[in-house]
Design a binder for this molecule. Sequence first.
Ligand code: PLP
Length: 384
Amino acid sequence: MPRPIYLDNNATTPVDKRVLEAMMPFFVEDFGNPSSRTHAYGWAADEAIARAREQVAALISGEPERVVFTSGATEAINLAIKGIARAQSRKGRHVIVTQTEHRAVLDVCRSLERDGFEVTYLPVDQAGIIDVYLLQETIRDDTILVGVIWANNETGVIQPIDEIAEIVRAKRCLLLSDSTQAVGKIPVSASQADLLTISAHKFYGPKGVGALYLGGGRPIIRLTSQIDGGGQEGGLRGGTLNTPGIVGLGMAADIALHEMEAEGLRIAQLRDRLESTITERLEGTRVNGAGSPRLPHTTSIRFPGVSAGKLIPQLHELAVSAGSACSSGSGRPSHVLKALGLTDEEAGASIRMGLGRFTTEAEIDTALDAIVNKVETQWTLSPS
Ligand code: PLP
């Protein structure tokens, strides 16, 4: 049986062959520890890390020395939120995040609550956007951090980050933006937030490597390391650096920097055709978050009266998901879609599709045929 067409690029992307090629020498030949200062093996690895640091910084118009390499975005988020909470708890113990954050952020917030911090979860409107005036009113003297996801992993909805940053900075607070889905897909500039998260496997790099970008125009951000030992990454993240992974992240960033614009246009056209054909041919279907600025490659479509949990296994020629990969085993309705005002049934009738660099027109044609045929023949839509 041929492998299904991959339309789950928000969960993860395949490694680009150019990225793999760049990584290969660092497994066998240039395998040195970048912290080894006394021989050529260490120097070669150290040089490769320095280059990757520059490539990552260039993608977000940032400064290389402000890139802290981690094992991915989840670790970057832990370092940012717990690190700031621990370093700045004398200033305050209040944190604000949106209700549509990824679980990586929400679970860290729950952990903070167990440690006595107070967390406010800001609502979003039907289009998935936060109310900036409400944010302004919610920031208090003891608020130490605001977290706003740059672009949502389920709906692709992009928050008005510049407006948000202006408000947060005027209140002398720090803004963390979980930019994991945005970096490499749309322009993200380091100066737009105080802390940004990056994950290589979301833009054709390897899994298990990412970064926290610290700084956005601030001289220094005080935060406490969450992994001690060895003093790597300026003492913020101990442990021998994953040289091949970091080289892969750097190469993925370099490719994204040069190809993102054309790639985004091509993918958005495919995504738009997918959405318009489904919504025209299947009465009552709706795009979640429609009307908001969205990532070019992401769509979340609601099929009224359909159970996504039952439809997806019937679409055996496609690899799609009901929501985020991290929650796909939970069976619970998506907290992101519920925050947009969907009922449990509506959230459970939604399918997320993530297109990518390697998605072709022919694949979208096949996906459209499969979805339209299956829904028409097996389901009775109940448009409201
Ligand atoms: N934040 C967002 C918005 C994501 O989509 C993901 C990945 O699913 C993460 C954080 C976690 O990233 P990682 O897999 O690198 O830990």
